[in-house]
Write a protein that binds this ligand. Structure first.
Ligand SMILES: *Cc1c(COP(=O)(O)O)cnc(C)c1O
Length: 353
């Protein structure tokens, strides 16, 4: 806090990202990074782009990348917005589309960046409780609101919402923007991308950080009808003309051109997840049904915070949220088979099983 700050800065509650420890050799299962690494083609494209051309600004409208994404998803360039990670894309969406006079609706348990953006942009929010089964019930959103945002699958629960429910949400609120944050959709949930041409109030947000293993490159994008994308462009061009550098644009384009790597690695994670769920269940955990690259689990007898601390002492980091309703849960990223076995082995010791 300083007398030199602008008004309101002291009152902000910034997002706290999962720890990025400096210690090597930790089994890092806390931030949903992908253990399989990016496509070699993406790395090669980034290396090729590392040249004297870096003295030049990148394409401010990232046309080639937007064309690549548009083609991949069967849309037009005007229906694609790209940004510096989907967190930035979400920030622009909050400012350009979700900042209305009526409150924004989102689940009580969801991605914790949503309330942070509300604080930053002065957006009033109403949190809609998940059911006891930790599911989104779209009927609960039938109330006056300015806009809606949900994550599908939800974070940190990993629970998916069927496409029919998303259709209902869109049809219940034709005058409101509905943002569906699909950061983890490639690990088994139903994507709403196919609905973009049917609903002018739908914006779908994706990231290359999870299923394409490029968290360090910072590329995310939004898909929607042209007027929604235009609003995002207006905000972006009032903030930073070049959120994506040359290396990010080159790497992201190449990542979409390696379908084989994408399919193989996401399948690997879904298979590893099934084995992890089985072993956690056998150890006395209650595991929510996950369609993400993480599982959300609580032990029937042992305290969540204590388990997280015990794992840490054994060099394994998972995420624990000291928040109402979820403080007994651990969010565990699906790593390699070996990482997951190391985790369950450590739990066997901790639980004295
Ligand atoms: C990881 C994540 C994001 C942000 O991803 P970026 O790395 O900023 O692209 C957005 N939404 C959810 C729900 C996430 O878990």
């Amino acid at each position: 806090m300083s007398r030199l700050w602008s008004p309101g800065i002291a009152a902000l509650t910034p997002y706290v990202p999962g720890e990025q420890p400096k210690i090597v050799n930790l089994n890092k299962l806390n931030t949903n990074e992908n253990p399989w690494g990016p496509s070699p083609r993406a790395l090669e494209a980034i290396r090729s782009a590392t040249s004297d051309a870096l003295r030049l600004y990148p394409d401010p409208s990232a046309e080639q990348l937007r064309d690549t994404i548009a083609r991949y998803h069967g849309l037009a360039r005007e229906q694609v917005f790209v940004g510096n990670g989907s967190d930035e894309v979400l920030a622009f969406a909050f400012f350009a589309l979700l900042r209305q006079s009526l409150p924004l609706l989102f689940p009580d348990i969801t991605y914790s960046f949503y309330p942070v953006y509300c604080g930053l942009f002065g957006i009033q929010a109403t949190r809609v409780p998940l059911t006891d089964a930790m599911e989104i019930r779209v009927e609960d959103y039938r109330q006056p609101c300015g806009a809606i945002i949900i994550a599908n699958p939800n974070a940190p629960t990993g629970v998916g919402l069927p496409l029919g429910a998303i259709r209902t949400l869109l049809e219940d609120h034709p005058e409101q923007v509905v943002v569906v944050d699909e950061a983890y959709v490639d690990f088994g949930a139903d994507s709403a991308v196919g609905l973009v041409n049917d609903y002018d109030n739908l914006l779908v947000v994706h990231t290359l950080s999870k299923s394409r293993s490029l968290a360090g490159l910072r590329v995310g994008f939004a898909l929607g009808q042209a007027p929604l994308i235009d609003a995002l462009e207006r905000v972006k061009n009032s903030f930073n003309s070049y959120p994506l550098g040359r290396l990010a644009q080159a790497g992201a384009i190449a990542a979409f051109e390696d379908e084989e790597h994408f399919q193989r690695t996401r399948r690997e994670i879904m298979e590893t997840r099934a084995g992890l769920v089985e072993r956690l269940t056998a150890l006395g955990f209650q595991v929510l049904p996950s369609v993400a690259n993480f599982v959300f689990a609580r032990h029937r007898a042992q305290d969540g915070a204590k388990l997280a601390a015990g794992l840490r002492e054994r060099g394994i980091i998972v995420r624990h949220f000291a928040r109402p309703r979820i403080d007994q849960y651990l969010r565990i990223t699906v790593g390699t088979q070996a990482q997951c076995v190391a985790l369950t082995d450590a739990l066997v010791t901790l639980l004295g099983a």
